[in-house]
Design a protein around this ligand. Structure first.
Ligand code: NAD
Ligand code: UD1
Length: 350
């Protein structure tokens, strides 16, 4: 197959940077765009270093997806075989406080992307959806056919974009779209050179645990120990970010299938792990004690969420390789080498 050229939106972000690296190492040509709203140029520089000789197949432009002229220029200079669309805002709490910001950034950004892609005849898309579209699942594992709902404006943007994708494909069957519903991405590249670097107080479990381990926070607050689970704490499907990145390459291969229309796949491991099990695995991997403070349930949280991975295994020929031991090992490797993230400075993080 001739070399493919892929546009990656949000390519400086956590999942985007890992995916760009896997694409380059897999022989793809990559153009990444990002407005650095939640990321840093250092991530791009490090991806280039890790890619070695493949870095020659990579270019980056700083732009906001809502800047149609800037995006159009990118498409005017390069013919893309497909787009992987990560760019978006993702903090649930912030989306409740600032819903219009989320609708503007996530929805308008995506609509403009669709318009520019169509204008340049590129109609192959992989979109970052989320397990959040399953809301509070009545049973597990979650299959792709489960009813969908949104618990907050962030989740609603994912649900709306999924609907937009289905409508765009119904109107024009030239579009081939793969919606990937991620479960809980954690870990980092095994080099410890790129990883997750959230701004402000982390919302998600593992970035918080990591900051406790390096002394940035005194203790992990455990949100609820009265769920109907083995130890009372919430259960999730944690997936290594490198496995997740590889899932995107599997999706790109699937876009070659002439029968593909608008299709959805879960990307998870199919295994549920509780908060306390995850903390224990991290303590083992890091040799650090994580002090805990028990608290009430976080509003909006489901008790148990994990994926059915059958469809992705069957149709994408993809399966997660790493377990929670490796996720915690790589998370700690990244954290211990970069305790203050990409900036390296105590003052620029809080
Ligand atoms: P991230 O914040 O690290 O990456 C998103 C990137 O998009 C950032 O670098 C940000 O600067 C950029 N961006 C945002 N708005 C933009 C715009 N208008 N124009 C250009 N760039 C813009 O987040 P991530 O964890 O890498 O997530 C990537 C995608 O996956 C997001 O769409 C997110 O909603 C989705 N997702 C993430 C998770 C998770 O737990 N990390 C779970 C499910 C789905
Ligand atoms: C959160 C988001 C969800 C998003 C997903 C992946 C909320 C309500 N939901 O879900 O929309 O798709 O991340 O990005 O924010 N926990 C603690 N202490 C903490 C943080 C988390 O005990 O400081 C617990 C939670 O209660 C949960 C588990 O750890 O049981 C995982 O939490 P988190 O990493 O935030 O992921 P999700 O709850 O799956």
């Amino acid at each position: 197959m001739p070399t493919q050229t892929i546009l990656v939106t949000g390519g400086a972000g956590y999942i985007g940077s890992h995916t760009v690296l896997q694409l380059l190492l897999g022989g793809y040509h990559v153009v990444a765009v990002d407005n650095f709203d939640n990321s840093s140029e250092t991530a791009i520089l490090r991806v280039k270093e890790l890619a070695g000789e493949f870095a020659k197949n990579f270019s980056f432009s700083m732009l906001d997806l809502r800047d149609k002229c800037a995006l159009d220029k990118i498409f005017s200079t390069t013919r893309f075989d497909a787009v992987i669309h990560f760019a978006g805002l993702k903090a649930v709490g912030e989306s409740v406080e600032k819903p219009l910001l989320y609708f503007d950034n996530n929805l308008i950004g995506t609509i403009i992307l669709f318009e520019v892609m169509a204008a340049h005849g590129c109609k192959n898309l992989v979109f970052s959806s989320s397990a959040t579209v399953y809301g509070w699942p009545k049973e597990v594992p979650c299959t792709e056919e489960f009813p969908l709902s949104a618990a907050n404006p962030y989740g609603r943007t994912k649900l709306m974009i999924e609907e937009i994708c289905r409508d765009v494909h119904s109107a024009d069957s030239d579009w081939k779209i793969i919606l990937l519903r991620y479960f809980n991405p954690v870990g980092a590249h095994p080099s410890g050179y790129i990883g997750e670097d959230p701004r402000g107080i982390p919302n998600n479990l593992m970035p918080f645990v990591q900051q406790v381990a390096v002394g940035r926070r005194p203790a992990l607050t455990v949100y609820g120990n009265d769920y109907k689970t083995s130890d009372g704490t919430g259960v999730r499907d944690y997936i290594h970010v490198v496995d997740l990145a590889d899932g995107h390459i599997a999706a790109l291969r699937k876009l070659q299938d002439p029968k593909i229309g608008c299709e959805v796949y879960n990307l998870g491991t199919g295994k549920g792990t509780s908060v306390l099990e995850m903390v224990k695995a991290f303590e083992q991997a890091s040799g650090k004690k994580i002090p805990l403070a028990m608290a009430g349930r976080r509003p909006g949280d489901a008790a148990i969420v994990y994926a059915s991975t059958d469809k992705a295994e069957r149709e994408l020929n993809w399966k997660a390789k790493y377990g929670i031991g490796e996720m915690c090992r790589d998370q700690w490797n990244w954290a211990s080498k970069n305790p203050y993230g990409y900036s390296g400075s105590k003052d620029s993080s809080n």
